[in-house]
Design a protein around this ligand. Structure first.
Ligand SMILES: Cc1ncc(COP(=O)(O)O)c(C=O)c1O
Length: 457
């Protein structure tokens, strides 16, 4: 897609549905259409206007490597990489080649395609807990399926999730435990409990408070905080002692901390695990993986009452599965995990130096693992500050950088990081100036960004 097409667009009523043409060179035009027809203006809340400064591009038209372009042909260095899915970079040719080849054979069939079994076997090869696998499309499909399976397996109903996890699923068992719980029945909300990461006593307390009622404990095994020595194993032991299943949400940690996910990196194997995000370089594939005797409850053999585990029309979509196979093999063959760790380390060091050079080290927190860096703009008390964050986004976007969060990829390299850090230092200098004038809010040109999880708009 490019602007060469602008002049070739036909006036025909149907042409706009045929080729998604860019009819005008105007971000706002497309942004307004999206807001007119989509609640929230996007199909993912983290893409919404409320997450970005007002000068953010309303729409993106294309991406290549670690760069993306808007409808006005402005180019941005992308540090978010499609919500963390595009681990090899946008439009990565070898994956596209596999997809193209598969597309020519048809995309979905009345009986399983050969490629479904191939990906399942590959996943069982590389993920420690995987003895069987069920594919779906979204991370939420498989975290939620794991809850269903745990309830069926244990005959119990309560679910324990971790308060440190920002997100595990769009479904009621999770969303009902957040502040955005409108529309979730109380009976469902009451079944989800929360424990604290690295606080085994908080989990013990729940098992004591609800004896014989907890079906499973689900959480991200590793995210921004380092697990204390023995913590993950202690959670597993506690689950086993109480006949509950341990489920790792590896939607983000999978194919990032290690090829076999956080469980391989941390050396603790859960009973079930959910994968998604990076496994197909942006194509939609997710996987529930786990121990055979548990997973087989979702099967159709044996004298057992059935569990309707996961049954999705599009779960066997062949070109997405081909993308997953190519992505995983590329990660394995080209040591992409090591690259991601190195790049993330450079980004963290760069941000730390940029903040120091600009004189605002006290306003910028840089942390997290190198494969998944975290940063926050904070106030004088060290608390995350949405006003300073907005100014950061505004000033980096002015300089061609999109960094709402950081997802290192194969497409980033040292040169890209160096160039980006020069511009980020400039953005930090604006924050320094605004702070010195005691007027950070005065430098913000639009609305202040807001958290996704909030009670009111
Ligand atoms: C840790 C974690 N689990 C699950 C999900 C849900 O994945 P999806 O949006 O593909 O349903 C997300 C999404 O961001 C996530 O970050």
């Amino acid at each position: 897609m490019g602007f060469a097409r602008l002049n070739s667009v036909s006036d025909s009523l149907y042409s706009k549905y045929l080729e998604h043409p860019l009819t005008v060179n105007d971000n706002k035009h497309y942004g307004q259409r999206a807001k007119r027809y989509i609640p929230g203006g996007a199909h993912t809340y983290s893409k919404g206007d409320d997450q970005f400064s007002s000068n953010a591009p309303d729409v993106i038209t294309r991406g290549e490597g670690c760069y993306i372009w808007d409808a006005e042909d402005n180019k941005f260095t992308d540090f978010a990489l499609s919500l963390g899915t595009v681990v090899l970079g946008h439009a990565y040719e070898p994956v596209l080649d596999s997809v193209r080849a598969e597309l020519l054979k048809g995309v979905n069939f009345v009986r399983p395609s050969v490629i479904e079994g191939e990906l399942a076997e590959l996943l069982c090869d590389i993920i420690p807990c995987a003895e069987m696998v069920k594919l779906a499309k979204h991370g939420s499909d498989v975290t939620t399926a794991s809850i269903k399976l745990a309830r069926a397996y244990t005959g119990k109903e309560r679910v324990v999730r971790c308060s440190a996890d920002a997100f595990n699923a769009v479904h009621d068992w999770f969303i009902g435990s957040t502040v955005v719980d409108r529309g979730v029945p109380k009976a469902v909300k009451d079944l989800t409990l929360q424990f604290e990461y690295n606080n085994i006593d908080s989990l013990k307390a729940l098992f004591s408070q609800y004896p014989g009622e907890i079906a499973c404990v689900i959480f991200e095994p590793i995210s921004f905080i380092e697990p204390k020595a023995g913590f993950l194993q202690a959670v597993k032991d506690l689950c086993e002692k109480n006949n509950a299943l341990l489920i790792f949400d590896e939607v983000v940690s999978g194919f990032r901390f290690s090829l076999g996910g956080g469980q391989e990196y941390c050396g603790v194997t859960p009973h079930l695990a959910a994968f998604g995000k990076a496994m197909a370089n942006g194509f939609s594939v997710s996987a529930l993986a786990g121990r055979k005797d548990i997973m087989q409850l979702g099967g159709i053999e044996g004298e057992q009452e059935r569990v309707f585990l996961l049954s999705t029309t599009h779960g066997g979509e062949t070109h997405s599965i081909a993308a997953a196979i190519k992505t995983i093999n590329t990660i394995r063959e080209h040591n992409i995990i090591e690259h991601i760790w190195n790049i993330g380390g450079l980004i963290k060091a760069g941000l730390t130096k940029a903040a120091k050079d600009a004189g605002i080290s006290d306003l910028v927190n840089v942390g997290g693992y190198d494969c998944k860096p975290a940063f926050a703009l904070v106030d004088a008390t060290g608390k995350p500050c949405m006003v300073t964050r907005t100014l950061f986004l505004q000033e980096t976007i002015k300089r061609g950088i999109l960094m709402p969060y950081i997802v290192p990829s194969f497409a980033h390299n040292a040169q890209v990081i160096d160039q980006s850090m020069e511009r980020i230092t400039e953005a930090f200098c604006v924050i320094d100036k605004a702070r010195k004038e005691n007027n950070i809010a005065g430098y913000v040109e639009g609305d202040i960004v807001k958290p996704v999880f909030r009670k009111f708009n």
